[in-house]
Design a binder for this molecule. Structure first.
Ligand SMILES: *Cc1c(COP(=O)(O)O)cnc(C)c1O
Length: 458
């Protein structure tokens, strides 16, 4: 039986939510063009669209916000954040950004020329979109186990080292301005990467003189997975593991809206002084002065505290335990998900659940839409709506290998009864899976279309 860990906190402030009627949900979906991003949050009962910026801050974070120094340059808040950054990440330089994609925009804009390639285990949507927007090619080289939803490999986010070496030899190191790695692997099930694999990837990139950057949104969850699963790591603290990880890299970017435990924020960090200078210049054009980077002083203080709270092992045990509970209950009910449960989310395997809906009719979208209509639950499609792109050489559409619906858990927000409601709703849906139909896209922009496209039910 799935076990639910008791929350290591109690509730001091509440926020009302309500389930509107089925008829109202139907109207809301029609108005939204069946795109869940287009729904008003007020019309959603349990919102599992994303864990990004949707968490609850602690009393210590709210208290720290009162200390926010709103000076334009050199604010005290900046120096407090810089101290935390030094303790955890240890990079020589960093700039705050308003969120992860702002860091991505600056990095990709400075380093990528058209036709260049950026290998990673798997890029997430905004990284993928930012690379394409500069004329670059995002390349995913995760191990094959990642594509087998039933494989219980402990580190399904690992890079395939043979694929990476062959890829570098094939395109040449000159066309790889930097190599990346996403921890945990969000697009591939929130699966962790092992310390051993990060070490090997770092050595490989460096053997060819390629800069190594980590997309570290969920580095704390990844570090705790390493502590639990990797031989020789049980005695280390999560903070020690995190430090070991970042020692191996030349830089990192983070959406602090994840393991930074804040509602808005991010950073770009690096070792190279020249690159830092160029980053600062780009930042001033786009985000703001390098000591605030698009954030308020109070946001910097919330982040300085939040980064440390995100590494707390009592919290992480609860966090991963809550996600595992949702996953194990679904497995017990025979619902196909990506196994084992990842860190921040459960990924329903819509491709297996709805084999009668082909890739080009978007099985993930069909499942996500029905989940809302059935129970007011909002998840997100991670499949052909998000990641089907024409091949730049042939023009042929390449479909992703998995059609998923991600149910992301906001941090410190929902309780066991909310998750039980989600499980029961999914079981009801699965019992009438044959009645679900696919979708057709009626409007889509060229990049990152999932945010704004519109659908028509088939
Ligand atoms: C959220 C996320 C991003 C983008 O961050 P934003 O703060 O949403 O701009 C990039 N990479 C990964 C792995 C993410 O999860």
């Amino acid at each position: 039986m799935a076990h639910y860990p008791a929350e290591p906190f109690r509730i001091k402030v509440t926020e009302p939510i309500r389930l509107i009627s089925r008829e109202e949900r139907k109207q809301a979906m029609e108005k939204a063009g069946y795109n869940l991003f287009m729904l008003a949050a007020e019309d959603v009962f349990i919102d599992l669209l994303t864990d990004s910026g949707t968490g609850a801050m602690s009393q210590s974070q709210w208290a720290a916000m009162m200390q926010g120094d709103e000076s334009y340059a050199g604010a005290r808040s900046y120096y407090r954040l810089a101290e935390t950054m030094k303790q955890i990440f240890g990079f020589e330089y960093f700039v705050p950004t308003h969120q992860g994609r702002a860091a991505e925009t600056i990095l990709t804009d400075l380093l990528i020329k058209p036709g260049m390639s950026i290998p990673s285990n798997m890029h997430f949507d905004t990284t993928d979109g930012n690379i394409r927007a500069r004329g670059g090619r995002p390349v995913n080289l995760v191990i094959d186990e990642a594509f087998n939803p039933k494989s219980r490999h402990p580190f399904k986010g690992n890079m395939d080292l043979d694929k990476l070496r062959n890829f570098i030899l094939q395109v040449g190191k000159e066309s790889i301005p930097f190599g990346a790695m996403t921890i945990t692997n969000n697009a591939g099930g929130g699966q962790p990467v092992s310390l051993e694999n990060i070490k090997a990837v770092s050595e490989l990139y460096h053997e060819f003189g390629i800069l190594f950057f980590i997309d570290c949104c969920r580095y704390a969850e990844n570090s705790y997975f390493i502590k639990l699963r990797e031989p020789g790591c049980a005695q280390k603290s999560t903070l020690e593991i995190a430090r070991e990880i970042f020692k191996l890299a030349d830089g990192a970017w983070m959406s602090a809206k994840k393991d930074g435990m804040v509602n808005m924020g991010g950073f770009l960090a690096m070792r190279d002084a020249n690159l830092y200078q160029r980053v600062c210049n780009a930042l001033i054009l786009r985000e703001g002065f390098p000591t605030y980077g698009g954030l308020s002083g109070r946001d910097l203080d919330a982040l300085a505290v939040g980064l440390m709270e995100g590494l707390d092992e009592t919290y992480l045990e609860y966090r991963l335990g809550q996600t595992a509970y949702l996953g194990e209950r679904l497995i017990e009910a025979g619902i196909p998900i990506i196994e084992p449960p990842g860190g921040h989310a459960i990924y329903l395997d819509a491709g297996s659940l709805l084999p009668h809906i082909p890739h080009n009719e978007y099985p993930g979208q069909a499942l996500a839409a029905e989940l809302y209509l059935e129970g007011g639950i909002r998840g997100v499609e991670i499949g052909s709506v998000m990641f089907a792109y024409p091949n730049p050489d042939t023009g042929e559409i390449t479909y992703p290998r998995l059609e998923l619906v991600r149910l992301a858990l906001p941090r410190r927000v929902y309780t066991q009864s909310h998750l039980d409601y989600v499980v029961e709703t999914i079981i009801r849906l699965a019992n009438r899976r044959n009645t679900l139909r696919g979708f057709r896209i009626t409007y889509a922009p060229e990049l990152l279309r999932h945010f704004t496209c519109r659908f028509e039910a088939l």
